[in-house]
Design a protein around this ligand. Sequence first.
Ligand code: ATP
Ligand code: MG
Ligand code: FE
Length: 350
Amino acid sequence: MIVLGIETSCDETAAAIVSDAREIRADVVLSQLDDHTPYGGVVPEIAARAHLEHLDGLIRRALDESGLGLGDIDAVAATGGPGLIGGVIVGVMTAKAIAAARKLPFVAVNHLEGHALTARLTNDVPFPYLLLLVSGGHCQLLVVEGVGKYSRFGTTIDDAVGEAFDKTAKLLGLGYPGGPLVEKAAARATDPGRFDLPRPMVGRPGCDFSFSGLKTAVRRHVEELSTPLSPDDQADLAAAFQRTVAEVLADRCARAMRRFKELHPQGGALVVAGGVASNKTLRARLQTLADKEGMPFVAPPLRLCTDNAAMIAWAGIERLRLGQTDPLNFAPRPRWPLDPSAKPAIGKAG
Ligand code: ATP
Ligand code: MG
Ligand code: FE
């Protein structure tokens, strides 16, 4: 089975072709970074127009790279939400048009399920597993019991972790997008232990997260230093922020691992997913934790952590294998939590 995947929920326009033998035949991503950088963040209207302009060409490129034609495709999967609604509509309408014209099954994929199942595209990861989902709009600990079967241990009570990286980058004068710039600045820190930041929620019961206090602490340090910050100040503060986030996430994961083991004594892996999962300090910290707890640790390759369409095609394949498809009157969902019992989400989407 060969599936065309389409991703348009935020500021990456992406198309990919993936087989059920876990081969990524093509995976093209067009970042709209240059369109949004002047505004310091993603502008939904600009994003929707850019998706519309580029998606057709990207699908053609994916087909060319795979050496396949539309006639070789067995199904079309597109992100159906959550995300910026204008962009999601562009992807869903395009997918439906191809599905209708070629009489192919259509799957509307939950973007978060795309992140959640990526590890199964690249590694042998059986259900159940414990998932730390860390992205631009989310920060959650979930048990992935199966396709479409999620139970949530914890979520952020304020900012998503990617959002915290982006806001911190702005405070430090590093620009946008924050995550990769904070990681780069931290790597050149000459005195990484110079700043000590608070560790919100660490040691508290439960598996929830909080990042707004950390961001405020960074702001206070910035206000005390002379602005614009020197490159050394930027680097040392970025290192402190990154290290603290990794510590907070590891503390919450340690609690979740204990709970997971009680529920699933037969075991399972710790999996990390979402854009922030491409952070190398975080990956190393989680590997250390998993080694200590005796749990396997799986982190997808860096380029499959940030938004891409291979993960959408793969989630489509997982659903198609279970006989699940969506009707062509599927309505895009700007909010779409993974866990049905989830409280209304805080943050931009989901
Ligand atoms: P969601 O998946 O929750 O809908 P999204 O799709 O916008 O949100 P992703 O593309 O999964 O989010 O992740 C983007 C986020 O990841 C941004 O906030 C970005 O700053 C962060 N990020 C990307 N690379 C890194 C990195 N190397 N270190 C830390 N954060 C990173
Ligand atoms: Mg993005
Ligand atoms: Fe995402």
